[in-house]
Write a protein that binds this ligand. Sequence first.
Ligand SMILES: Cc1cc2nc3c(=O)[nH]c(=O)nc-3n(C[C@H](O)[C@H](O)[C@H](O)COP(=O)(O)OP(=O)(O)OC[C@H]3O[C@@H](n4cnc5c(N)ncnc54)[C@H](O)[C@@H]3O)c2cc1C
Length: 287
Amino acid sequence: MIIKKNVDLAKHSTIRIGGIAEKIYFPQNIEDIKFLLKKANQENKKFIPIGIGSNVIFKDGFHKDIFVSTHYLKGLNITEKGSYVYIEAEAGVSFKELVAIVKRLNLEGFENLSGIPASVGGAIVMNAGAFGSEIFDILEKVYWIDNDRNLRILDKKDISYSYRWTQFQNNGLVFKGIFKLKRSNKNISELIKKHLLERKKKQPLNLPTGGSTFKNTERFPAGYLLEKSGLKGFRIGDVGFSEKHANFTVNYGKGSFKDFIKLINLAKERVKERFGIDLELEMKILP
Ligand SMILES: Cc1cc2nc3c(=O)[nH]c(=O)nc-3n(C[C@H](O)[C@H](O)[C@H](O)COP(=O)(O)OP(=O)(O)OC[C@H]3O[C@@H](n4cnc5c(N)ncnc54)[C@H](O)[C@@H]3O)c2cc1C
């Protein structure tokens, strides 16, 4: 298994903030993952999976936890049954790679999710979604190695999930997902292009960002609450809420974890004061 030492965690998160990991492990199969879960348990350390790092922020400092990048879990298998196509993809397969397949085979069902900068594992664990769709709409099965090192193959109906939450959060590692998509008569490449343009218009894709900072609330989108609280474009040091989308935290260059925490605490206070609503973080603070 590949192991890297003294790794700059900022390079493993799209917001580009974080301290140093003593080691990052890059498993290539299920046995490697079980070994790392056992090691974390024996050494009483946290087991921390990392995908693309597009919804995480790492704390400052030097960390001795067991960081596990899914980068080399790239297995892919495509099968067809009638007008349906099943894509079996390991955790480290990126949405970019899935988009290429979906376009090539003109498959329907993935287009709304196509611009999310996710890995398959990270997207399943977060129940990622966009434009009224979520990954569980097209997911059939999940291969999951739980904290006790059991490989569990679960049908969607047996999985607990809700908006940006699944039972897999902080428990083992999602190893693989099987997706069911349909051959389409529509021009899927065109639809994907439209969604990507829409994102470009609304999201600060020119700066390092961790995506949505807070979860939307039942009554209001988090971006609306932040904007109405005067926080769109507000920054502390080099970390701020984007001028383009108030719920996207961006790093203007030398953003620090300390400033991020100050910013989100201030936002929570202001929104509570003005609307009586408790904002909940969508981004994951690691470790
Ligand atoms: C520009 C931008 C746009 C975005 N747009 C959207 C959007 O439209 N919709 C949306 O839902 N999200 C969006 N996001 C957030 C993010 O892309 C999603 O949450 C995505 O699913 C995270 O995938 P990841 O591979 O980067 O996971 P990471 O950010 O690396 O990890 C997220 C969490 O999952 C855990 N994890 C990762 N992989 C595994 C695994 N295999 N097994 C177990 N745990 C794991 C990590 O420990 C962490 O707690 C956006 C982010 C950015 C930067």
